[in-house]
Design a binder for this molecule. Structure first.
Ligand SMILES: [Zn+2]
Length: 150
């Protein structure tokens, strides 16, 4: 068992026996895929709808049967199953709401939430300028820096 950092900002315990999870495909997957762009946009791995700007991705493995964590993907690939690694696929927010059990497998793309970013910046600032810096002082400094790099 070891610890890893989730893009959501939570530390999670990752168990050795954590198993990959079956993909709960929507029965209309192919139909929806054809109706919504037919491959022009990457398809939601659950329902097949094309997603113009994918935000949440999942690692598909086991020849399109399962979702895995990055650690599971590495372990599987290292033990000779890299041919079954189907790479990263988007998952739509509606489908994720219907299947909350898939949440641990979701990787947020790129964007960092404003509040997470503020907390990070405040941490760095206080390490450099001291613990007594107020939130206002930290944000004034951040804004000044943004003006400089604009
Ligand atoms: Zn979907």
């Amino acid at each position: 068992m070891d610890m890893f950092f989730e893009p959501s900002g939570d530390w999670r315990l990752h168990m050795e026996d954590d198993l990959m999870i079956d993909i709960p495909f929507n029965k209309d997957f192919s139909e929806q895929m054809e109706r919504t762009g037919n491959g022009e946009y990457p398809s939601c791995i659950i329902c097949g709808r094309g997603i113009r700007v994918p935000r949440r991705m999942v690692h598909v493995h086991d020849g399109f049967a399962s979702l895995v964590s990055e650690q599971e993907a590495q372990e599987l690939n290292a033990s000779g199953h890299e041919g079954a690694d189907m790479g990263m696929w988007p998952i739509g927010s509606d489908c994720l709401k219907l299947h909350p059990e898939l949440k641990p497998y979701v990787q947020e793309q790129g964007r960092i939430k404003a509040n997470d970013w503020k907390a990070l910046y405040a941490d760095f600032y206080r390490q450099v300028y001291g613990e007594s810096a107020s939130d206002e002082e930290v944000m004034r400094d951040a804004q000044k820096r943004f003006e400089l790099v604009k």
